[in-house]
Every structure is written in structure tokens, then in C-alpha cells.
Design a protein around this ligand. Structure first.
Ligand SMILES: Cc1cc2nc3c(=O)[nH]c(=O)nc-3n(C[C@H](O)[C@H](O)[C@H](O)COP(=O)(O)O)c2cc1C
Ligand code: SF4
Length: 458
């Protein structure tokens, strides 16, 4: 047994264990309520969450409007209805125990409007709002307005310092803690900065110490640092527990909590996770958000990574000219043989990128890319794939065919879509499902069994 003491989180004494928010619809009211019922903290995702009709069926998020800006309004309505529905389920399932948190991607489209819309209806059920993927400066004011605790997700002391000095210092009453997410290990989007090398992980412990020092400086010594990214057996974290340099701390699980009976992901997703080997999760910069993210290496990720290799630079003058939409484009003549080979393999369509290159795809891929870009529903504040920008309507850049519509693929995978051709976010320790005896013979624990196992140190 490890020495795991309960802690005050979002105003109540609970286990210092948190199920991290997972969009789209992977952590929901059911999973969140189950974690809370186990005396811990559950988080439902408010990223385009599912809502239900009067028969309890999921309302398909179908978009009717012709104009992109009108589809955005439809998305906001779906998202608010979904968040309200999940909060109500979480509340009911929790039986009033534990804590209920809500997660949103700060750079999702209309994030503040959606959080506000949900809190206006069910603010009393939501004890904390957790935001990452971006710098949630306005989160402090927004959550405090509803007397809801708020939690930024950061990957460095520098990010927290900027948030605190510019905004949070005015709203310390409802700051609930700081989630430190290891950007080299955690599943989903992460806060790796451009100055950091995706291949060279930094010392996790030193980064946490730096955050604690800063929190002490800001008089926040009583608030927990919630450690996320690569957490599996707590017995491996014993030197972090009761460690005066960093305490109080709590732990957030993202990948491990996907395999429970309450989690909605399909059997095929479970099987995929169980089959992973070390190194099968990749940290890439392919997301249309522009953030780094970690996901399972499957056909979709493989195709996108290969696509990046089929690029040729556009140059001022050249003896090598490629036909692009009826006009000739000069490209690097030294790549003539490569381009010829790509074309022979069926990658006959050239598409222009915002980085002054042409990328080669099959005619079917080209058609799909254009169709997905046209169907954009503005799920992000800024999107590299479609050039959507919620402040100006467009980023002014060429839409980037090297990335993809994250809304489309995450909705698909959340609702039974194919695990090879959709994005599966996962942390780098996901291979441990296949090695951990807890999951032997396909055992799927209930959340309560998982929490007991975690408390036992395994
Ligand atoms: C499938 C999946 C989806 C995720 N989606 C989100 C999300 O929407 N918002 C968020 O803040 N974090 C998201 N995360 C990150 C988790 O909340 C958690 O912090 C992270 O997975 C912890 O690292 P671990 O995967 O090593 O446990 C996601 C993680 C996974 C695996
Ligand atoms: S193209 Fe897709 S990912 Fe990009 S903003 Fe539109 S809906 Fe979202």
C-alpha cells in the first residue's frame, strides 16, 4: 500500500486521483460520475460532447447550414447541449460523492461561449473547469463568475508564470491547482514549445519543482500540482508522495482510465491499446491546432507522416515544372526522380502547402481533403487544415493538406469508427496495458476496481 492521503480538491476532501478529460466523448458523464463515486475526481469532456434525444439516443451532430459561420453556431448549440447533458449524468452517477470537473480545449472554437453556456445551466454540478491546449488567460474570470474552481494545464513553470501574472493573480480564490502535464509522455495535445526537442525529454521532476517554487512565491503553497503524463503504477511515484519539495500533489490518469467498463470506447479500441508495443505511440506536430500531440501509430498517422515526405520545394525558376490547377509551378529540379516515383505509385495530385511546397497525394485523397475543408464547422479557434480563424474568418494562409480535420476523425472514432483510419490519442505508456497483469485475459475493470488497484500502488 502506498501512502496516498486524501486532499482538498475543488472544495472537498477526496482521493488525490483524477481522471483527465478526454475529447471527443471519451471521458463523459458516465466515466466522470464513476470516478467521483469512487471518491476521486472525474472529468467530463466539454469538447463537442454527446447530447441525447427523448429516447436516450445520441443526437447525431449533423450540420445543415450552408455558410461556415452558421455551421459554427450549430456547433456551439450542440456543444452546450452536450456539456449540459454530460454534467447531469455525471452528477447522477456520482451520487453526490467526489468531485466533478469539466474539461475544454482552450483553443477549441467558441471555447468561452461554450463553457459559459454550460455553467449557466449546470454550474452547480461542475466543481472545476480544466483547460489546456493554449493559454487560458480568461478562464480565471470566467470560472470565478460561477464560483467554480479552475485549473490550467501547463507543461512548464514559464507558462504558469505568464498565466498567473497576467490574469490568475486577480482571481486566486477559485484557482484550484495546476495540472502539470509531461509533454513527452501524455496522451492528446500537449504543451511542447518550439524551443523544446520532441525527441529529448526534459527532467520531469525538475519541471515540477520549478512550478512548486513559483506557486510558493505566489502564495499558492496549499494548492496541489496535479501530475499528468505517463502515470501508471503509483508505486513508481513513491518518491514524489510526501515530498516536501513539491507537495501537495495529485495524479491524473489519461490513457490508463480508457479501459474500464464505464468508458464508452469501442472494443476494437480496447484491443488496439492492448496490442501496443513500446514506441507505438508517436509524438507529432500533425494536428491542425498547431500543437504537438501523441497518438497511436496506425494507418492514418502513418499515411500523414508519409505524406510529409512527398514534398518538393517551389522555386522561382526551374527546368522542372509541375502542373497545378492548370498552371505550371517551378519546383526543385533535384527532386525530379522522387516526384516521378511518387506519381508512378499513384500520388499524382499536387497540392500547395503554406510552406512554399507541393505535396503529392492520390486523386481520392485530394478529393477528400478538399471536401473535408469545405465541410469545416469551425471546431477550433484557428485551424491549419482549413485556414479557419474565429477572429478574422481566415488565417490568410493556404489551407494545409498535410494535416487533417480533427473534428471529423475524433467524432468518428468516438462513435465506433475504424481504429486504423482515425486518430487515436494515447499516452506513451499505453503499451503497458499489454504487460500489466491487471489486464490479463482481457480483464476490463470497473472504475471502482481501477481506483482500488491504483490506491494499492499498481
Ligand atoms: C484519448 C485521449 C483524449 C484526450 N483528450 C484530451 C482533451 O480533450 N483535453 C485535455 O485537456 N486533455 C486530453 N487528453 C489528456 C488527458 O486528459 C491526460 O492529461 C493525459 O492523457 C495524461 O497522460 P497519460 O495519457 O500518459 O495518462 C486526452 C488523452 C487521451 C489519451
Ligand atoms: S477543418 Fe475540421 S478541424 Fe479545422 S476547424 Fe474546421 S471542423 Fe475543425
Amino acid at each position: 500500500m502506498i501512502n496516498l492521503r486524501s486532499q482538498t480538491i475543488s472544495g472537498s476532501e477526496v482521493l488525490p486521483l483524477i481522471d483527465g478529460g478526454k475529447g471527443i466523448s471519451i471521458s463523459n458523464g458516465e466515466t466522470c460520475g464513476a470516478w467521483a463515486a469512487a471518491g476521486a475526481v472525474g472529468t467530463f469532456s466539454a469538447v463537442n460532447a454527446d447530447s441525447y434525444d427523448e429516447n436516450g439516443n445520441v443526437v447525431p451532430q449533423i450540420y445543415h447550414a450552408k455558410l461556415r459561420t452558421e455551421r459554427r453556431n450549430e456547433l456551439i448549440r450542440y456543444a452546450i447541449a452536450g456539456g449540459i447533458a454530460q454534467a447531469k449524468i455525471a452528477r447522477e452517477r456520482s451520487g453526490g460523492k467526489g468531485r466533478i470537473h469539466m474539461n475544454a480545449l482552450w483553443e477549441m472554437g467558441a471555447c468561452e461561449e461554450i463553457i459559459e453556456g454550460i455553467l449557466q445551466e449546470v454550474g452547480g454540478y461542475v466543481h472545476g473547469v480544466v483547460c489546456g491546449a493554449g493559454m487560458p488567460y480568461n478562464l480565471a474570470e470566467l470560472a470565478s463568475k460561477f464560483s467554480t474552481y479552475y485549473y490550467p494545464i501547463v507543461s512548464s513553470a514559464r507558462a504558469f508564470s505568464a498565466l498567473f501574472r497576467r490574469s490568475f493573480k486577480k482571481y486566486t480564490e477559485f484557482l484550484g491547482g495546476v495540472v502539470y502535464e509531461d509533454p513527452w509522455l501524455a496522451g492528446g495535445h500537449n504543451g511542447l514549445s518550439n524551443a523544446e526537442n520532441p525527441l529529448t525529454p526534459a527532467n520531469n521532476y525538475l519541471r515540477i519543482v520549478a512550478i512548486r517554487k513559483l506557486m510558493n512565491e505566489f502564495n499558492l503553497q496549499h494548492l496541489p500540482i496535479i501530475i499528468a503524463g505517463g502515470v501508471w503504477w503509483l508505486s513508481e511515484w513513491e518518491d514524489y508522495l510526501d515530498n516536501k519539495e513539491i507537495m501537495p500533489i495529485a495524479f491524473q490518469f489519461g490513457t490508463r482510465s480508457i479501459i474500464t467498463t464505464e468508458n464508452p470506447v469501442a472494443k476494437a479500441w480496447h484491443s488496439k491499446l492492448m496490442s501496443l508495443k513500446k514506441g507505438d505511440v508517436k509524438l507529432t506536430s500533425l494536428s491542425p491546432t498547431g500543437f504537438y500531440s501523441s497518438a497511436v501509430y496506425n494507418k492514418m498517422l502513418g499515411d500523414l507522416l508519409e505524406r510529409q515526405n512527398r514534398q518538393v520545394a517551389i522555386v522561382e525558376e526551374s527546368s522542372f515544372i509541375i502542373n497545378f490547377l492548370g498552371r505550371g509551378i517551378n519546383v526543385d529540379p533535384s527532386r525530379r526522380d522522387d516526384v516521378k516515383a511518387w506519381m508512378q505509385e499513384g500520388f499524382t495530385e499536387a497540392m500547395i502547402t503554406p510552406d512554399g511546397t507541393l505535396v503529392f497525394v492520390t486523386p481520392e485523397q485530394a478529393k477528400q481533403i478538399v471536401s473535408d475543408q469545405k465541410s469545416c464547422v469551425c471546431c477550433l479557434s484557428v485551424c491549419r487544415f482549413s485556414s479557419w480563424c474565429q477572429h478574422r474568418g481566415s488565417t490568410g494562409k493556404i489551407p494545409d493538406p498535410r494535416t487533417f480535420c480533427i473534428q471529423k476523425t475524433l467524432q468518428a472514432i468516438a462513435h465506433g469508427g475504424d481504429v486504423e483510419n482515425n486518430l487515436i490519442f494515447a499516452g506513451h505508456e499505453a503499451y503497458r496495458f499489454g504487460e500489466d497483469p491487471f489486464y490479463a485475459n482481457g480483464f476490463i475493470p470497473t472504475t471502482s476496481q481501477l481506483v482500488d488497484r491504483i490506491i494499492a500502488g499498481y
